[in-house]
Design a binder for this molecule. Structure first.
Ligand code: BT5
Length: 258
């Protein structure tokens, strides 16, 4: 763990971190909703979210005190297509930051869940509220106890404190992630997603049997998940049709079968 000198950032204030204007709130519904009208290179973090949202409608994100609930507004100039792979790239960036922080054996679950085995350490919600920006919402369990807040999550979550011994704050973790998002943004801005794709394919861990649901299609497809191609399309090896690729934006849901 290699941390820059501490920057005091008590709530609710704005300070500058890693080239970001960073706001800290005590409590908010959802940091993503709060960030929806903020300018690029602004990040907002809350100690508690009362209406934390998951990627799929109706899914609630438990956001109790002690976790990192962060939304970062990134500029997305040019065509919308150029930024379609942002959700994948953001997951890769957060994974890299947490790995550098000392979290070993972290893997990705499509599209951007950060998993320790079958336990979820972090989840991302990437949304476009305005044409020229994207909001990257990041939830990381740090010192909080989501399983106490929602017993239905028993055995399904992981938290940083149990993996990396203390001596840090939630703001330290935020700072590393914000720095990683900046680096990732520069890569996408250059149109170099293929650089990320190579590394992403190492981070999915072993090939897995999965079932995917595509937008606008009622039935699901099962096969062996084989990561992404250089364009960020999902590669699936199916029994009936052999290798198939699906556009990342088409894949609504992926369920791991083993
Ligand atoms: C996600 O959705 O994983 C996206 C989570 C994004 C949360 C951040 S926090 C900052 C920003 N503001 C927001 O309002 N959201 C973002 P999804 O893949 O749909 O997973 C949701 C599922 O994860 C839930 O249905 C639960 O099963 C599980 N879950 C909920 N809270 C959790 C937690 N704290 N830790 C681990 N798993 C959790």
């Amino acid at each position: 763990m290699n941390l820059a000198p501490e920057i005091a950032c008590p709530p609710p204030v704005a300070c500058h971190i890693e080239g970001w204007r960073s706001l800290v709130l005590d409590e908010v519904g959802s940091t993503n909703s709060h960030a929806s009208s903020l300018p690029p290179w602004t990040a907002v973090r809350a100690n508690v979210q009362t209406g934390g949202r998951g990627r799929i409608r109706e899914r609630h994100w438990v956001s109790d005190e002690g976790g990192l609930w962060l939304s970062a507004v990134l500029p997305c100039p040019g065509s919308r297509r150029k930024w379609e792979l942002l959700p994948l790239a953001a997951g890769w960036a957060v994974l890299g930051a947490l790995r550098d922080f000392g979290v070993a054996d972290l893997r990705l679950r499509w599209p951007n869940d950060l998993m320790l085995g079958r336990r979820k350490l972090a989840g991302l919600l990437v949304e476009r509220y305005q044409p020229a920006t994207a909001v990257i919402g990041i939830g990381v369990n740090v010192f909080n106890q989501p399983e106490l807040a929602n017993p239905a999550l028993a055995g399904l979550t992981a938290r940083l404190e149990d993996i990396v011994p203390g001596g840090y704050t939630v703001d330290d973790v935020a700072r590393l992630i914000l720095r990683a998002l900046r680096r990732m943004h520069a890569i996408l801005l250059q149109g170099e997603f293929h650089q990320i794709a190579d590394q992403l394919n190492l981070d999915w861990a072993k090939p897995r049997r999965v079932e995917i649901t595509l937008s606008g299609r009622a039935h699901t497809f099962a096969g062996l998940f084989q990561g992404v191609d250089p364009h960020g399309r999902l590669r699936l090896l199916t029994e009936r049709e052999g290798p198939c690729v699906y556009d990342a934006t088409q894949v609504v849901l992926l369920r791991e079968l083993d």
